[in-house]
Design a protein around this ligand. Structure first.
Ligand code: SAM
Length: 276
């Protein structure tokens, strides 16, 4: 197996795949259905013809650019494993920053009413429901397949109380909510066409309209009548649109406090609107 792993690692490195050593191990783990530690301690194991075929197919797909999370069918977010398919956005580590902010708000309330707008695989809604057991959590999406997957993820993590709603942003919901969380599509349409992500991830999850802020601006308007007086909104945004998102937040909620938070890479990422 050591030799196969070396060969895979070399191919991935030549093809410019990130972290070829770890990725080769993940591919073996997936094909052989054994843990990384088992693989590392069984160098004498010879993969079966079927396992070898799976490995070859997956290496080829990765070299074509197909994302590893879609290949594996799952991805980690905030310490939990979530099923992912090409019908939803792959959860990003930046979004964990939104979770941290949400926990700061929600953790101070007795039974917060929280909504995740544009839930995709459900990572935000399910994580908040799991971390804040007293919360009531809603999640919306315009995509039926995304909602089905999000519901599956909620059940997998024992969060059967999350209310999933097929809707355009907050349209059919009157709230009021204590916390509105949203990682909506925010890539400007003319930028999106040139990005590699547009080859694999759903356009509905990426396309933020001409300005990049079309959905965020619409959400802010809807949220004006759906927040409690002590409520808050957390918005993930594109690193190039932090200032514009902050300005849109100030225009929609002039009496609130606003903050722009940077991610670990130092990029503008989260806008906080705090009504307290
Ligand atoms: C950037 S993805 C985020 C997915 C997930 N919340 C995450 O953080 O990984 C945006 C999601 O918003 C959904 N969406 C797009 N337009 C929408 C709309 N008008 N109303 C509700 N959801 C929408 C997409 O289907 C997609 O699942």
């Amino acid at each position: 197996m050591q030799q196969i792993r070396r060969q895979i690692k070399e191919k991935l490195a030549q093809g410019g795949v990130e972290s070829p050593g770890n990725t080769s191990l993940i591919l073996l783990e997936h094909a052989i259905q054994q843990s990384k530690s088992w693989i590392l301690s069984h160098s004498e194991y010879e993969p079966s013809p079927q396992e070898t075929k799976t490995l070859q197919t997956n290496v080829t797909r990765l070299l074509e650019g197909f994302p590893l999370p879609y290949l594996l069918g799952c991805w980690d977010f905030y310490g939990r494993k979530f099923s992912v398919t090409p019908e939803v956005l792959i959860p990003r580590p930046e979004t964990e920053l939104l979770i941290e902010q949400a926990l700061q708000f929600g953790g101070k309330m007795d039974a917060p009413r929280i909504i995740d707008v544009g839930t995709g695989s459900g990572v935000i809604a399910v994580t908040l429901a799991a971390e804040l057991p007293a919360a009531q959590v809603w999640a919306t999406d315009l995509s039926g397949p995304a909602l089905r997957l999000a519901r599956h993820n909620a059940h997998h993590h024992g969060q059967t109380g999350v209310h999933f709603v097929l809707s355009d942003l907050l349209a059919p919901l009157s709230g009021p909510f204590d916390l509105v969380c949203a990682n909506l599509p925010y890539i400007p349409r003319n930028v999106l066409a040139g990005l590699d992500v547009s080859r694999w991830e759903p356009t509905l999850a990426l396309d933020g309209g001409d300005s990049g802020l079309d959905l965020i601006t619409r959400l802010l308007k809807q949220a004006q009548t759906r927040l409690t007086t002590q409520g808050a909104i957390l918005l993930e945004t594109d690193s190039s649109l932090g200032i514009e998102t902050l300005a849109a937040a100030q225009a929609a909620f002039p009496d609130a406090q606003h903050r722009l938070i940077q991610d670990l890479a130092g990029q503008d990422r989260i806008v906080v609107i705090d009504l307290r």
